[in-house]
Design a protein around this ligand. Structure first.
Ligand SMILES: N[C@@H](CCC(=O)N[C@@H](CS)C(=O)NCC(=O)O)C(=O)O
Length: 204
């Protein structure tokens, strides 16, 4: 397998998952600061011009959540074995996409990505993100009050999804003071060797 990678949250989800699963995978760097994601060869793999992209034989797959689901189905590890369990996993992946990512991105993009890639922070977007993120985070906090990991007592690929996002939201200065279970979860993610071995940008 090959993973087209930059050390930002969406590709980190996949690298973290590959590390947890112990799968061999070549990393192909795509430097977003040099706009390598817009190169014609890369756009031929992902017309959206975004990382991650996983290539496994004839399969060329983009969208981090599809890749996580694929790795779970392919290996049968860190992924539920029942239809109801898999639906639960997908529910949390969709929840991250639809209800958390837009607000997290407003904060993280404007506090971190613009510094890395060059640009001017949109302060109104940061304020919007800070206002909107607490509602979905409260749902996750209540869930984590009763569950050690996103799918219950066992670590799963869904945690490979949430971990990198909450890590960078924290690094972007969003306060988890009102979300103690999310706070503890971020520290538990950071304690995992597979996460420690996932490449990161300096200070993130
Ligand atoms: N929904 C996509 C989002 C991928 C994404 O936004 N990746 C960012 C890095 S974290 C990227 O490649 N940005 C480059 C760009 O938008 O030009 C996924 O989950 O894979």
């Amino acid at each position: 397998m090959k993973l087209y990678y930059f050390p930002s949250p969406n590709p980190q989800k996949v690298r973290f998952a590959l590390n947890e699963l112990g799968l061999e995978c070549e990393t192909v760097p795509v430097d977003l600061t040099k706009r390598e994601q817009r190169a014609p060869e890369f756009l031929a793999l992902n017309p959206c011009g975004r990382v991650p992209v996983l290539v496994d034989g004839d399969l060329v797959l983009w969208e981090s959540h599809a890749i996580l689901a694929y790795l779970g189905e392919k290996t049968g590890k860190l992924w539920p074995s029942t239809a109801a369990g898999r639906a639960d996993a997908l529910r949390w992946l969709f929840f991250l996409t639809g209800s958390i990512h837009p607000h997290a991105t407003d904060i993280v993009f404007n506090r971190i990505a613009v510094k890395v890639a060059g640009g001017t922070p949109d302060e109104a977007a940061i304020a919007r993100g800070e206002k909107a993120l607490p509602a979905p985070l409260a749902i996750i906090d209540a869930h984590l009050a009763k569950n050690k990991w996103m799918l219950g007592s066992e670590f799963s690929l869904v945690d490979c999804d949430y971990g990198p996002v909450f890590n960078v939201v924290d690094k972007a200065g969003f306060s988890f003071a009102d979300f103690p279970h999310v706070r503890a979860y971020v520290e538990a993610i950071r304690g995992r060797r597979a996460w420690q071995e996932t490449p990161k940008l300096p200070g993130l």
